[in-house]
Each structure stands twice: as C-alpha cells, then as structure tokens.
Design a protein around this ligand. Structure first.
Ligand code: ZN
Length: 234
C-alpha cells in the first residue's frame, strides 16, 4: 500500500460560502475521495488547523506521498514544519504540489528560486500532454479541455525541471509549464497547475488519472532514516 497524506490549508472552503459550495468537504476531502477509490492507496487528510499544522513527525513518517494545496495561508506555515517536510522529501517521501502551492514555502525552498508566475482569474485552458511515455501520463488524453481554470503564465521562475509532462495553453493568451517533475535528495516531486478553488477541475477524469498516476510515480523507492548525514565508507 502507498500511504498518502492530502494536506490542505483549508481556508477558502471554510471562510468563503461560494467556495464552500464548490468544495463542501474541502479540497482535501475531494482529493481523498478520488484517491481512496484506488485499492493500492491508503489515504488520510491533514490541514493547517490540525495539531502541529498537520505536519507532525508522526504523520510524515507515516506518509509515502504528501499532496499539498495552499494559497491564502502560505505565510502562516511555520519554518520548523517546512524544514520537517523538506527533510522527509530528501529522505525519499514523494511530494505533489498543486496549483497555487507553487508559492508555498515548501516548494519555493525545494526549488531555490522565487517560483513566481503571471496569473489571471477566469480563463479557459487546454492542457497538452507533451511527454506521453512518462508514467504520470499513462492513459491520459493528449489534450485535456478545462473550460474554467485560472490562467497561469510563463515565465515561471523555477529551475529547469527534470521533465515537463504537461503544457498549458490559455485562451486569454498564455502558455505555462503545467506539469513538471523534479528530484530533491531521494524524493520525487511533481508540480501540477490545475486546481483553482473556484472550479471543480478535479472532477475531470483525465485530471483524476494524472493525480493517481503521480502518486504511484512519486512513491519512494528508498526511504533513508537520516538523509542529511554523511556516511563513512569502511
Ligand atoms: Zn487559484
């Protein structure tokens, strides 16, 4: 079994009635419902409101792949919790950063760049699969039409990805590297752009397939107990 933790700041869905209507169980609840249908995935949720901001050592030790959604409360995430997440990624835990998590402290620290981009509300996206042989793209349509999605625009100030799997085209006049992989230490990282809180984009079957594939891809091959210590060759 792959142990998945879906972490969400859970702010808009609690405080804005229109967003609560879109995601009555929170974005984390919607993602959990999608992933829980897979027999090889064991899924739990954690939120910023939980003890230790939902990022305790116990939770992370018990997590193979951490999915992360954040937007309004990224500055509230304590540095010690950011460092704990990063230590676990370095040790092999998979990390999937969704949508506005491009600007989360965890993703920015992992990338080492500002991770800034251009944005505009209320656009129409066509998501092109440009690396169809990648495991995250298995069984996914060549072009995914998303009638309602927030526009994200290049330049996206990230380091060169290991692979760009999806390229977003926006009717409003933009392109974006919407699905990128990275490795940091022993951890596999996938950034995926769709997921604006006003739109039920995670209902799309191709988007669901991508998320499930990404979890299986990001699951650790190796998990080191102390990744940040040198070791002596004897
Ligand atoms: Zn958004």
């Amino acid at each position: 079994m792959i142990r998945v933790t879906v972490w969400n700041e859970y702010e808009h869905e609690r405080t804005i009635p229109a967003i609560r209507e879109v995601y009555p169980e929170g974005i984390h609840g919607a993602l959990k419902n999608i992933l829980s249908a897979e027999e090889d995935l064991c899924v739990r949720c954690a939120t910023l409101q939980d003890a230790e901001q939902g990022l305790s050592e116990e939770i992370l030790q018990d997590t193979d792949v951490l999915i992360w959604w954040s937007h309004a409360k990224q500055d509230d995430i304590l540095a010690k919790n950011v460092d704990r997440v990063i230590k676990h990624i370095h040790s092999g835990m998979g990390f999937i950063a969704l949508h506005s998590a491009h600007y989360s402290p965890v993703f920015r620290k992992l990338m080492g760049t500002p991770c800034t981009l251009g944005w505009k509300h209320g656009d129409h996206e066509k998501l092109f699969c440009i690396a169809p042989s990648h495991p995250i793209a298995a069984g996914v349509s060549h072009i995914i039409d998303l009638p309602e999605e927030e526009l994200y625009c290049e330049p996206f100030s990230i380091p060169k990805p290991d692979e760009v799997i999806f390229l977003g085209w926006f009717e409003g006049g933009a392109v974006f590297r919407s699905g990128c992989t990275f490795t940091r230490g022993y951890g596999k990282i996938f950034y995926f752009q769709p997921g604006h809180e006003e739109n039920r984009v995670y209902d799309d079957p191709d988007i669901r397939k991508i998320l499930i594939n990404a979890v299986r891809w990001a699951a650790p091959e190796i998990r080191l107990p102390k990744p940040e210590e040198n070791f002596e060759i004897k």
